[in-house]
Ligand binder design. Structure first.
Ligand SMILES: NC(=O)c1ccc[n+]([C@@H]2O[C@H](COP(=O)([O-])OP(=O)(O)OC[C@H]3O[C@@H](n4cnc5c(N)ncnc54)[C@H](OP(=O)(O)O)[C@@H]3O)[C@@H](O)[C@H]2O)c1
Length: 154
């Protein structure tokens, strides 16, 4: 995990949520960290976040990092196969976060791999919109459909 944390300026976290405290906060300080995790009580245990989103909890642990929630809504096989060269009818990958510059960087990476980025808002509100059981979770959709599903929130 230390090698992965050191590797680049943008680091994607894809571990079971319950293990987030294993993330090396010192090594990830200053980096853009993409939180692709999801909280599932059945897997991760029943936890009380005190009203925070799971991404805010991770952001609290990684206090020096620039956290963007992203890539968490898409099944990995779709992510591996559905990126398109053409910009027409691309599927959406969502981003949420409190650091606009970090969201822009992650959005550029999303475009590079053939998807359309859509900003859902802050780590609190957008993070909530991207959680399991939301209308945009694990539901591959184009940008037009995504904006309808978000009901003007994006
Ligand atoms: N699978 C999907 O399609 C998908 C899509 C979107 C988001 N997600 C989210 O992404 C995260 C990972 O999902 P996954 O399906 O890839 O799960 P996974 O196969 O169980 O976990 C992948 C990684 O987590 C690491 N890991 C497991 N337990 C750990 C621990 N106690 N401490 C540190 N690292 C640990 C594993 O490291 P080792 O190999 O060293 O054990 C492995 O690299 C989850 O939060 C999931 O909800 C998954």
């Amino acid at each position: 995990m230390d090698d992965a944390a050191d590797f680049g300026e943008v680091v994607l976290v894809a571990i079971p949520f319950f293990a987030y405290e294993a993330l090396p906060a010192d090594r990830l300080s200053g980096k853009i960290v993409v939180d692709a995790t999801n909280y599932y009580p059945g897997r991760d245990g029943s936890l009380d976040f005190g009203g925070l989103t799971s991404s805010e909890v991770i952001s609290g642990h990684l206090s020096g990092a620039r956290l963007v929630k992203g890539f968490n809504t898409m099944y990995y096989e779709t992510l591996a196969t559905a990126g398109k060269e053409s910009e027409e009818d691309r599927l959406v990958l969502f981003v949420a976060g409190d650091d606009d510059e970090a969201k822009t960087t992650v959005s550029q990476l999303i475009r590079k791999i053939g998807f359309a980025p859509v900003d859902t808002g802050t780590l609190r509100d957008g993070g909530r919109r991207q959680e399991p059981d939301s209308s945009i979770y694990n539901a591959p959709m184009t940008e037009e459909r995504a904006r309808e599903a978000l009901g003007g929130a994006a």
